[in-house]
Design a protein around this ligand. Structure first.
Ligand code: C2O
Length: 595
């Protein structure tokens, strides 16, 4: 890590400048959604670079993205403090939990192959925390995946913990707290990793406008919502899951007559700038708590170039949908003329989700447009199917880097997903009859490293031993869809649909891959993965209230290698001692699964 000192310094300076420039009352220190928000270049150059690209001669087609990340020798360092703060993203004041006083939180930006180092101080006086880097493989550092009770103990109040992991895939993602539903109170932000470009010259973009975070929005703190979600009264459970608003990059207006909370009318919507004739890259991220989003820009079309961290053959639609945790990188050609303006819209899919205000708006301004006036533009027709079907047919989704999964897996799991009351009358989710609950004090990975692999049944650990190709057939016995996310891997999406799987595989030569898949209501999702990443990897519904309710399993692979070869750093053990000391003197109010 010879070059580490220089980028560390530069990143530090840039972070401080941003925080001082953007003091917005509604979103704290966040600059997202303002016209002064940062734009992105094709890769970071603030480090000593060899000639050419930071990834040298690697391309999207000549390098296996899962095993061939370049060694850049660069470290990107961030210093974060998590604390409580009252903010009003949509004008309604609510208690939030945020990183460095900002919602959405700070951006992680790196080149493919860089190391990312995030020093996190838990400034909450009475609860733990833990941060997850959504979509990364963590092949070299499986203990830094950030799931409390699975790979680490929660970071105790007042403690500091440094995550250090590689930018081992490239594209668009986000980071978020994985401690209970804490992220839904605001602990989340974008993550951008620059890598090889797979676009032809005629398809390529000119301007990278960066992240577009879509978040369904609640006016209550996450803990209050989880208390209701975990209840015995089905009506209050449903009401608790209903969002009050929908935000784009942390902003939206709210009609104050619809709340008793302190509220300022006209908090304002996010603003973007388009340049006529140029192609703009937008990085769409559904970072919400429950609702699937349907995204569009009035009178413009969207060309999808990547799904999650997987570059794909470009396809063009006028509207796309994203389940929680999913990302789509889109290119938008600016066909408007100067002086014009258009609405960007994102709407919560309401066949599966409840929301009293599902419509998020932002404004796109062309040069010379009045940037204080609202656009007057024509919405796209709603062409997206509801939550029971994929937004774009799986069979038409072609990854740029072709991989053919093994025809016959070594091991197949069948898991049934259902909702039912547990013995205390609470409505919870079951995975093949077992509702998940974590033990914060005993991370599964650390136990497995000590050679212990017999776990309580409600830890839902599936041990695949030394199997290499693992298939999962997930059956959804419930009527609504779920965004199923898998850590540590991309999944081959072999098949997905309503009813029962007939054994057909989508594009068996090169099936689509991603890290989060929407399983249809009353349907199935069949995926496969290469178990080449010794560790304990969560597979769960990314709806915050569902993972709280136990819709979660751990897929553990190569326990022998975890026990024999894995050198877990001392800090992981120290973090457990600090957590034990805290939890010995303070009652941990774990009212949900813990995740
Ligand atoms: Cu983005 Cu286990 O989550």
């Amino acid at each position: 890590m010879v070059n580490a000192a220089i980028p560390k310094l530069l990143v530090g300076v840039l972070t401080t400048l941003n925080a001082n420039l953007a003091q917005n009352v509604t979103n704290g220190a966040s600059e997202w959604g303002t016209l002064s928000a940062q734009k992105f270049s094709k890769f970071l150059t603030n480090n000593p670079l060899p000639d050419g690209y930071p990834w040298s001669t690697l391309t999207a087609t000549n390098a296996d993205p899962y095993t061939q990340a370049p060694v850049t020798g660069v470290v990107r360092h961030y210093d974060w403090t998590i604390s409580r703060k009252t903010l009003a993203p949509d004008g309604v004041e609510r208690p939030m939990i945020v990183v460095n006083g900002a919602f959405p939180g700070p951006t992680i930006e790196a080149n493919w192959g860089d190391w990312i180092e995030v020093t996190v101080t838990n400034g909450l006086e009475d609860e733990g925390t833990s941060l997850h880097w959504h979509g990364l493989l963590q092949t070299e550092t499986p203990w830094f995946d950030g799931v409390p009770g699975v790979q680490q103990c929660p970071i105790a109040p007042g403690s500091t913990f440094t995550y250090r992991f590689r930018a081992d895939l490239y594209g668009t993602s986000w980071w978020h707290s994985h401690y209970s539903a804490q992220y839904s109170s605001g602990v989340l932000g974008p993550m951008i990793i620059h890598g090889p470009n797979h676009l032809k010259e005629t398809e390529d973009y000119d301007i990278d406008l960066g992240p577009v975070l879509l978040t369904d929005w609640y006016h209550r703190a996450y803990f209050d919502i989880v208390e209701d979600v975990m209840g015995t009264d089905i009506n209050s459970i449903i009401a608790a899951g209903s969002s009050e608003n929908n935000l784009i990059n942390g902003k939206m207006n709210f009609n104050c007559s619809n709340t008793n909370l302190p509220c300022t009318e006209g908090a304002g919507i996010s603003k973007f700038e388009f340049t006529t004739g140029k192609k703009h890259r937008l990085r769409l991220i559904n970072a919400g708590s429950e609702g699937q989003q349907k995204f569009s820009i009035d009178e413009h079309s969207l060309t999808v170039i990547a799904r999650d961290f997987v570059p794909v053959e470009p396809y063009t639609l006028n509207m796309v949908s994203l389940g929680i945790g999913q990302r789509l990188d889109v290119i938008v050609e600016a066909t408007g003329s100067s002086g014009s303006s258009y609405f960007m819209r994102s709407t919560i899919e309401t066949n599966c989700t409840r929301s009293s205000q599902p419509y998020a708006l932002a404004a796109v301004y062309y040069p010379d447009a009045n940037q204080t006036a609202l656009p007057n533009s024509t919405p796209q027709p709603d062409t997206r199917p509801d939550c029971t079907k994929p937004d774009y047919p799986l069979e038409s989704t072609v990854p740029i880097y072709k991989i053919t999964p093994a025809e016959t897996p070594d091991l197949t799991y069948e898991i049934e997903l259902s909702l039912a009351q547990n013995s205390s009358g609470n409505w919870v989710w079951f995975m093949s009859g077992s509702s998940f609950r974590v033990n914060f004090n005993e991370p599964v990975l650390i136990l497995a490293n000590k050679g212990n692999t017999s776990f309580p049944s409600n830890w839902n650990v599936y041990n695949s031993g030394n199997a290499t190709n693992v298939r999962v057939i997930l059956k959804n016995l419930f009527t609504v869809g779920h965004p199923m996310h898998f850590h540590g891997h991309n999944m081959f999406e072999l098949a997905s649909g309503t009813g029962t799987w007939d054994g057909t595989i989508t594009n068996p030569e090169n099936p689509p891959r991603r890290d989060t898949h929407m399983i249809p209501g009353s349907g199935y999702y069949v995926f496969q993965y290469v178990a080449d990443n010794p560790g304990v990897w969560p597979f769960h519904c990314h709806i915050a209230w569902h993972v709280s309710g136990g819709l979660y399993v751990n897929l553990m692979e190569h326990p022998d290698k975890i026990a024999q070869n894995m050198k877990i750093p001392q800090i992981m053990h120290q973090t457990c001692r600090d957590w034990a000391a805290f939890s010995n003197t303070t009652v941990i109010d774990q009212i949900d699964s813990g995740l």
